[in-house]
Design a protein around this ligand. Structure first.
Ligand code: AMP
Length: 279
């Protein structure tokens, strides 16, 4: 596996080495890799000639300085995971390579999906996500981009980014959420949970399952309220539990669009998110 820290060297390598008919599969990450990331890498490996992964903890998408400062870093293990997955190239840039002097901040028109759920609770987050993904896509020029359903709203945002930047490529692949045996969605932030909070954390998934089980029989707002109550009693500080349509993440008005339940809540300052498609 080749490791590039400089954007210009990565670009030169990709344009120089790769015949134009070969495909690049790209998996952008923030590191502290787990089996969820691995599943994306494996899919990229199976479908492409070249697999590129990036590890970059993007400062512009963090609205909480403490979350950024304490984001887990496990680079030695990450290298093992990447080599085991058959990754060809790791892009591991410092901040100045992603945002060099003179970098002009763009505004991305994301429409209504930026104003709800994660967008409402993390101001500026999705502009930061688009800023980094736009830059990485320009550098890597992948044919296929692999994202996790775990970050459902982020997938919608990146889909919108591809539309507004008029990119015909990459093709987006949204991969299923990998979970621990107790249902907790795998996440780099799980490493920051205390032992006691790790026991409590699967409640986030359990309340989503209860919504799914109750959806045919009970009103949505009651299901959402009891989920918030259960999480709060378990010790979470809840940002939201919401059932939405998958078109624009607004309240569902009918069965014409698939529905999804999404939740975000913190345990002693560690913020977890999860979602579950309902139909
Ligand atoms: P992150 O390193 O958290 O920015 O995640 C990098 C990519 O991995 C994103 O597309 C995530 O949605 C995806 N991902 C994170 N957790 C999981 C998971 N449990 N299962 C599948 N994909 C995931």
């Amino acid at each position: 596996m080749l490791i590039f820290k400089q954007a210009s060297l990565l670009q030169r390598h990709l344009t120089g080495v790769l015949p134009s008919q070969k495909t690049i599969g790209f998996v952008p990450t923030m590191g502290a890799l787990h089996a969820g990331h691995l599943s994306l890498l494996q899919k990229a490996r199976a479908q492409n000639d070249l697999v590129v992964c990036s590890i970059f903890v993007n400062p512009t998408q963090f609205n909480n300085p403490s979350d950024f400062l304490h984001y887990p870093k496990t680079i030695e293990q990450d290298l093992e995971v990447l080599m085991g997955a058959g990754c060809d190239i790791l892009f591991l840039p410092p901040v100045a390579e992603v945002y060099p002097e003179g970098h002009i901040k763009k505004h991305f028109d994301l429409g209504v999906i930026e104003t709800v759920l994660e967008g409402a609770h993390r101001p500026g987050h999705f502009q930061g996500v688009c800023e980094v993904v736009d830059r990485l896509l320009s550098l890597v020029t992948p044919h296929d981009l692999y994202l996790g359903q775990k970050d459902f709203q982020q997938c919608m945002v990146i889909n919108q980014l591809l539309t507004i930047t008029s990119r015909s490529l990459p093709q987006l692949h949204i991969c299923p959420t990998l979970r621990e045996e107790d249902g907790l969605a795998m996440s780099s932030r799980n490493l920051r949970l205390s032992m006691a909070d790790r026991q409590t954390a699967p409640t986030l998934y359990k309340v989503l399952e209860k919504i799914k089980a109750g959806i045919a029989a009970q009103p949505l707002n009651l299901l959402e309220q009891s989920a918030v109550q259960e999480l709060t009693s378990a010790g979470f500080v809840v940002d939201y539990v919401a059932v939405c349509n998958t078109r624009d993440l607004q309240k569902p008005t009918g069965p014409d669009q698939p529905w999804i339940a999404l939740a975000a809540a913190s345990l002693n300052g560690i913020r977890l998110i999860d979602n579950l498609p309902l139909n």
